[in-house]
Design a protein around this ligand. Structure first.
Ligand SMILES: Cc1cc2nc3c(=O)[nH]c(=O)nc-3n(C[C@H](O)[C@H](O)[C@H](O)COP(=O)(O)OP(=O)(O)OC[C@H]3O[C@@H](n4cnc5c(N)ncnc54)[C@H](O)[C@@H]3O)c2cc1C
Length: 385
């Protein structure tokens, strides 16, 4: 059977879901195909910090645009609450020698026009976050950063897209993207070929694999992050915490659960399975130690759940977002390198613009794939919520 939706989106994480919403609300016939469940990969595994502070300058305009949109997002999507809370982000110095980096983060933020403060004493830090350890010497403080419930957010995007007319198909892996000359013709799913005027690939770590047969190479390392959630505890912490060097990052969810993520490590799997992404006990031990270093009362909390999250890491830790130069009607966004949740609402705008207009007013030139052909600033990945 062959059908003809105008735009097909591959991937039901925040990038694909936000794109489906943008297209559907502008009356574009849209089908979103998700291999598993909605938000079943990075967009569900994430810490879900919504942060401008400490961003690479190339990503900052997108993060700022996103932070303008997040406060009204629940209303836009027609839901009561996506648990977005604009309660700030603290990046902590653990020892005196970390302080210059904190000063630099504050100075960079100030240069970019973001409200950033240097907290240069433990008393100043604990004025804002009383649960933090008494020996932390300094922090940067960005009050306009925040956090949200990732699964609720992505589902809200999907539900709003569906109400606006989009078709959403879960448990529908795309096997291939057929093409004819300089145009892609649609997608192949099990037992069916769907034709489309435009195909958008927002398939996270699997995007390079879908694009490789079309001659599109995206360099990507897949790394694994250990994550842990406690059972609910009393309200203890409003902010998202990160630290110099990007070790542990954590926040307390609106539900009271603490959500904690750790360092990345190489992942050698091919197709992810429940077992192949489970963290090792030694990593859980390290994560607990590092988290309690910041919030000592965490040692009394109970573990609710642990999981591993895979990261789509590019060599310069910046995403790849573009309309393919080689194909007239193929668009993709991937490689968010551990910071694409915050950007989701704007990624949706960009991908919808690229699909419909072929261009966008958002500044995406730094995210072209062609940059990998030249000299790159190779960045190690740091997660900061
Ligand atoms: C542990 C962890 C902590 C993080 N912390 C933060 C944070 O604090 N702040 C922040 O901004 N970002 C954070 N990130 C990054 C952020 O979560 C991701 O960048 C973002 O969720 C990526 O969304 P996506 O929609 O592009 O990809 P994904 O959420 O991975 O979605 C891709 C979807 O495509 C589907 N798919 C794949 N292949 C196919 C196929 N062939 N056919 C159909 N469907 C397919 C997958 O099943 C998946 O659902 C974190 C990530 C992790 C893992």
């Amino acid at each position: 059977m062959t059908t003809r939706p105008d735009v097909i989106i591959i991937g039901g994480g925040i990038s694909g879901a936000a794109t489906a919403f943008e297209l559907a609300r502008h009356g574009i016939p849209t089908t979103l195909l998700e291999a598993g469940d909605i938000a079943s990969m990075a967009s569900g595994w994430t810490l879900a910090g919504v942060r401008q502070s400490g961003r690479h300058p190339a990503e900052l305009p997108l993060a700022e645009a996103a932070v303008k949109r997040w406060p009204g997002l629940a209303t836009e999507l027609g839901v009561d609450d996506i648990e977005y809370r604009q309660q700030g982000n603290l990046r902590l110095a653990l020892i005196e020698s970390d302080i210059p980096e904190i000063r630099e983060v504050v100075a960079e933020g100030a240069r970019a026009g973001i409200e950033m403060h240097l907290l240069d004493s433990n008393a100043a830090i604990r004025d804002i976050a009383p649960a933090l350890a008494t020996d932390l010497p300094a922090a940067s403080w960005c009050p306009t950063d925040g956090h949200a419930n990732p699964t609720k957010t992505v589902r809200a995007f999907v539900d709003a897209a569906r109400r606006a007319g989009a078709e959403i198909r879960t448990n529908t892996p795309v096997r291939a993207i057929p093409y004819d000359g300089t145009r892609v013709t649609g997608v192949e799913i099990d037992g069916e070929t769907l034709q489309a005027a435009v195909v958008i690939v927002a398939a996270g770590i699997y995007t390079p694999r879908l694009l490789a047969p079309l001659g599109i190479e995206i360099p990507m390392a897949i790394t694994l992050v250990t994550a842990l959630q406690t059972t609910p505890v009393e309200p203890t912490l409003a902010q998202v915490l990160g630290q110099v060097g990007g070790g542990v990052a954590l926040r307390q969810q609106v539900s009271g659960h603490f959500r904690i993520t750790g360092m990345t490590e190489p992942w050698s799997g091919h197709d992810h399975t429940h077992d192949s992404v489970q963290p090792r006990l030694s990593r859980i031990r390290d994560l607990v130690t590092d988290a309690a270093r910041l919030v000592p009362s965490l040692l009394d909390a109970r573990i609710n759940e642990t999981w591993g999250g895979l990261i789509d890491q590019t060599p310069d830790a910046l995403p790849v977002i573009e309309r393919a130069p080689e194909y007239d009607n193929l668009v993709y966004a991937t490689g968010f390198s551990g910071h694409g949740f915050c950007l989701g609402p704007i990624t949706g705008e960009i991908l919808a613009d690229l699909a419909v207009e072929g261009t966008t007013s958002h500044p995406i030139a730094p995210f072209a794939r062609s940059r990998f052909a030249g000299e790159l600033d190779v960045e190690s990945i740091t997660l900061h919520g």
